[in-house]
Design a protein around this ligand. Sequence first.
Ligand code: NIG
Ligand code: FE
Length: 411
Amino acid sequence: MLDLLITSCQVIAPKSDGGPLKGAAMAELCVIDKGAVGIKNGRIAFIGTAEEAAGLEAKEKMNASGKLLSPGLVDPHTHLVFGGSREHELSLKQQGVPYLEILAQGGGILSTVRATKQATDDELFEKGMFHLNRCLSYGVTTMEVKSGYGLDRETELKQLETAAKLNDQHPIDIVSTFLGAHAIPENYRGRPDAFLEEMLTLLPEIKHRDLAEFVDIFCETGVFTVEQSKRFLEKAKSYGFGIKIHADEIDPLGGTEMACGIGAISADHLVGASETGVKMLGENDTIAVLLPGTTFYLNKESFAPARAIIDNGGAVALSTDFNPGSSPTENIQLIMTLAALKLKMKPEEIWNAVTVNAAHAIGRGETAGALVVGRAADLVLWDAPNYHYIPYHYGVNHVNTVWKKGKKVAE
Ligand code: NIG
Ligand code: FE
């Protein structure tokens, strides 16, 4: 006897529960047009056609005809825990002041660092809850959360502890990343190497307390060079962390090649990735996490070369990059539209990029991002007749119901 049977809707279910989808495989989306999914004890117990499900017994049957059912979405790159906000920077942007210039003047990330230092544990937690609820309302059931607005021992740990507490108390599963190397704080101005040394001293404690699985760095002009980033990430790897990188977001420095070379699980942004970098993504296991919402919000003309990455055999995941500066949005559905229009991704590729590949980009490929019998029942029912509809009808929330581990958590 099933607990719940959702039936007669279009269902997105993968052909296999294998690894990340690379290159042409990204365009393969397995869809059951008149499908059904059964849940029992918080797990997926049945996937098939409505016809096959007709004889099944269930405590509750839901006729979802005219709707779409997908796995819970995975957002693999966010800066969710932060103090304050940066709406005052919008007019600077309108005047054409570049993002890195605002940072160089002590604003941008450094302004959020000041606000995060000032915030109490409770304030950070409450604010995190507020944003998480919004992420959930848009269909996200698993996400990555970075630190990086402390840039000192105490505040970086405070952010990571907040993320751990949010993971315990909120339905969304959170995967934590230490991004202590997010900017050079005022007291280390001109001394980036000394600052990186300081951040490395946190790694044993973070590992010991299991406060993060991944370590990330902002490799960018005026922040950390490719060489510094490589040394820092290799050190993190030697402590047993998975590694990620903010690479080639604004200036094309070669972070993509470096990330592939040292075996990063993901390289993120990649707007300025070189031809060599694009080729290397196809030849290596590093997943390209693309963040078109950030490019849009930074008001840039050219977007990450998603087509070239896919056509060269690479694996692409998509994310909001939710943060108070370069991408203040929790709306991953909007990112799906930007991926269609600005990255020229096909609807099938877009769905794989916010489910299977996003899960693999944060080490959750075996448990999240796909409807597979036996896995936790993380599902989204959409007020949409088919999967093409979500990237098409933009700017609004199409979620009808979200289930996490079989429990209704948003509607
Ligand atoms: O991914 N580039 C660095 N980090 C974030 C922005 C953080 C911020 O502006 O607060 C990003 O774009
Ligand atoms: Fe980011």
